[in-house]
Write a protein of this length. Structure first.
Length: 117
């Protein structure tokens, strides 16, 4: 079992920045990759970014490339999402997830990010 707790969401003006954190606990030594997803009102949950736990390889959705940066601190079992140049369309609930292989196995409770124009 892995528990994920997100923090760092809030209200920010367009062009501003936020950093989300996701603290993992439990069977973290077996994690393969951690990622961030988001879900806006009336829309399906979508992939934002991911990072491999051991090698630190990253992948981003096209909509956030160049603006968002995912990173991890293995010693703290925490993954971060630095979000810069935020746009109103980035408004969503952001979820952290952990994978042990081919599927996203665990999810956090989500943190709200609201970007005002």
């Amino acid at each position: 079992q892995v528990q994920l707790v997100e923090s760092g969401g809030g209200l920010v003006q367009a062009g501003g920045s936020l950093r989300l954190s996701c603290a993992a606990s439990g069977r973290t030594f077996s994690m393969y990759v951690m990622g961030w997803f988001r879900q806006a009102p009336g829309k399906e949950r979508e992939f934002v970014a991911r990072i491999t736990w051991s090698g630190g390889r990253t992948k981003y959705a096209d909509s956030v490339k160049g603006r968002f940066t995912i990173s991890r601190d293995n010693a703290q079992d925490t993954v971060y999402l630095q979000m810069n140049s935020l746009k109103p369309e980035d408004t969503a609930v952001y979820y952290c997830s952990a994978s042990f292989g081919s599927s996203w196995d665990y999810w956090g409770q989500g943190t709200q990010v609201t970007v005002s124009s």
